[in-house]
Design a protein around this ligand. Structure first.
Ligand code: PMP
Length: 360
């Protein structure tokens, strides 16, 4: 069985080197005589895996010392509640920008805990752009300001981050963490599900500025309290051990590629390869324009649903899989995260050219 070109939005392609390394260590990790999956989370071997993953992430993202890193469970979706429960603790209000399905869900969840001011939305055009932000609409007394840096379904991303002054910026970075350098010091909190750029599903990374933690709402469930996890060095309960191990391998791989700056270069090249073709094509069209275009998720359409279905069917048969767009956008979407090689995008474009010729 041959491996395919996997364009899934998540869980998504992992670096082949990582999978091979995990395969070689699956039965016996180091000198432990057992699999990582069988190691106690309190064992010396696992603590070393845990600490190495944390320090690699700190190094790669240049996380300042006054930020804590947590490896939690529950996916980014749990953070939709955990963020307000822990951070909406002074004035019980927060600003949100609505740039897609995940922002909408984050807003809905946060509304359970306080007053949410939606400062801008791009819902009017199926979230195909990042709305202009008018700082006069920002609430200076908001406990935080929430954005989704990259919108997985709609293929948009912030070209520049909003300046929120003293109001902590909180970001759902699930689909573009480690794809390009972000200045962590500009954020109060960053969260991301691992299953795109970091590793397998099951680990959720949270990077939080220390001074924001410690005032969770009184009724916050213990497991939803950042302070509980920080105070127990991430071992309040059993962390997702195998996922953290794979994430550590992915982070090591990122370092070997030259770090986030090097990956950004390749990611731009990958995205430009596809966008340049889409902009010239007489059949396929990109659904997003200009600076808002994501370099991770690229939706495109032919404008004809039957032709879209034919393309997806033929692409799948040719080994280009998971190209079906999200149902709210239709058409196709190529997710090209860090682990997708340039070659996969080049081959996809070749295939699209051929399809275009055959379906004029
Ligand atoms: N935010 C974004 C930007 C996402 O892409 C996703 C998942 N695709 C989520 C949140 C939800 O993540 P999870 O499934 O880990 O809860």
């Amino acid at each position: 069985m041959q491996r395919v070109y996997n364009f899934s939005a998540g869980p998504s392609a992992l670096p082949e080197e990582v999978l091979k390394k995990a395969q070689s260590e699956l039965l016996c990790y180091g000198t432990s005589g057992m699999s990582v999956m069988e190691l106690s989370h309190r064992s010396k071997d696992f603590i070393a895996i845990f600490e190495s993953a944390e320090s690699l992430l700190r190094e790669l993202m240049r996380v300042p010392d006054n930020y804590k890193i947590l490896f939690l469970q529950g996916g980014a979706s749990s953070q939709f509640a955990m963020v307000p429960l822990n951070l909406m603790n002074k004035n019980k209000k927060a600003d949100y920008v609505n740039t897609g399905t995940w922002s909408t869900k984050a807003i809905k969840e946060a509304k359970r805990y306080g007053t949410i001011n939606v400062v801008a939305s791009s819902e009017d055009k199926t979230f195909s752009y990042i709305p202009e932000l008018d700082p006069s609409k920002f609430d200076k007394d908001a406990d935080y300001f929430h954005i989704t840096t990259n919108n997985t379904i709609y293929g948009t991303r912030y070209a520049t981050l909003p300046d929120t002054g003293n109001v902590p910026l909180v970001a759902d970075m699930s689909s573009d963490i480690l794809s390009k350098p972000y200045d962590v010091s500009k954020f109060g909190l960053i969260y991301a599900g691992a299953q795109k750029n970091l590793g397998p599903a099951g680990v959720t990374v949270v990077i939080v500025r220390e001074d924001l933690v410690g005032n969770a709402m009184e009724f916050t469930p213990t497991m939803f309290n950042y302070k509980v996890h920080i105070d127990s060095d991430g071992m309040y309960n059993t962390p997702p051990t195998f996922g953290i191990y794979i994430m550590g391998l992915v982070l090591q791989w990122v370092k070997e590629q030259g770090g986030v700056e090097a990956l950004e270069k390749i990611n731009n090249e990958k995205a430009n390869t596809l966008y340049n073709f889409l902009d010239e094509s007489s059949l396929f069209k990109s659904t997003v324009k200009g600076k808002d275009r994501s370099i991770m998720n690229i939706p495109f359409v032919t404008g004809n649903e039957e032709l879209d279905a034919k393309f997806i069917k033929e692409a799948t048969a040719a080994g280009f899989v998971q190209l079906k767009g999200h149902r709210s956008v239709g058409g196709m979407r190529a997710s090209i995260y860090n682990a997708t090689p340039l070659e996969a995008v080049q081959k996809l474009v070749e295939f699209m050219k051929k399809f275009e010729m055959e379906n004029k």
